[in-house]
Design a protein around this ligand. Sequence first.
Ligand SMILES: *Cc1c(COP(=O)(O)O)cnc(C)c1O
Length: 422
Amino acid sequence: MSIDLQFDSNHLWHPYTSMTNPLPCYGVVSANKALIQLDNGEQLIDGMSSWWACIFGYNVAELNLAAKNQIDKMAHVMFGGLTHQPAIDLAKKLVEITPKGLNKVFLCDSGSVSVEVALKMALQYWHAMDKPKSQFLTIRNGYHGDTFGAMSVTDPEGSMHELYHNFLAKQLFAPQPKITIDQQWDACDLDQITRMVIANKDNIAAIILEPIVQGAGGMHFYHPQYLKGIRDLCDKHQLLLIADEIATGFGRTGKLFACEFADISPDIICVGKAITGGYMSLAATLTTDKVATTISQGKAAVFMHGPTFMGNPLACAVACASIDKLISINWQEKVSRIEQQLKEYLAPCSDLSQVKNVRVLGAIAVVEMKEAIDVAIVQKQFVALGVWIRPFGKLIYIMPPYIIEKQQLKKLCDAIYRVASI
Ligand SMILES: *Cc1c(COP(=O)(O)O)cnc(C)c1O
């Protein structure tokens, strides 16, 4: 049966699109490993892992099984006053694999919500300390989600702050770190943010950033010394550090978590996207004993958040299976093979006059064009070449599933070269 694309375009909103002039959508009937099956019979090689989430591709035997086993026990039960093994197992695994010191786990329903939770934790921490603070400091070109708190710390241009002008909290934005991960480190990169911290520290609850890889705000890979410098700055001036690892977590960058590049632990970490291997929406905010204890001993005495689907057993069971699989498949080897192949196959793009920069980190590759891309046109070209790649702005980028085969990766990269050279 073919998919009713007409109804879709008349009635369904898609991400960041117009209801009257939407970009065309392709109907998908199934997906398996690194292949997406369209209703017209065509198959596309997946370059996106469905926005960082499907790290093992689609229709993953172990994850299917975990979901089936759990659904026969219970799909859901409220987390207020009740608990269950899938949530406990997941919390154990998260405490074990995330950077050290992050021992207290808050399960929530999506990445944006985990950022809201992180911001609330920071505010409640200072409230409990009797030193209330009301602002967050972040860096330009960041992305932290589309809910109001998350949006307030997302780059003002990328998230169109002016649309929500009177409703959005005003945060502090330091310049984007300039020195990239493969350049020589220069401590001047920290000058401006250091000045901003010193001038505003009495009112800054936390610094929030994406460690090493800024994702949706421009796919920029900055230097680990910058992150290390931020940790030092937070320690020196007693600010909390929130690391948003929603995109970078679970091996994508070549480290299990990108904080490991700088060998730091944040005070609060947000994880999401790949946590369930892309099976369903789940995220978590982890914090230290110190932050959790302080919040709990404060005047409020409780942490004020509790989503309906908190700790959903089905999502937790699949997340446990996904983390087990990640650990058991020798992901380092897979990601580093992908990294080498991406570098090799995309090298020819550097010679194209249309291309400004080609960069690769772990299983992430970016071809930055000199001019903005017309997504509608380019999307069609990619589909005609048998690949699923969705560019934005000047960026053609891929973060394929870790199980992608060599020839499939080659085909993705060749398609990028073809499209970039048009
Ligand atoms: C995707 C993303 C979010 C938001 O997660 P959602 O699940 O889409 O709400 C937040 N931060 C980063 C770094 C992300 O990549």
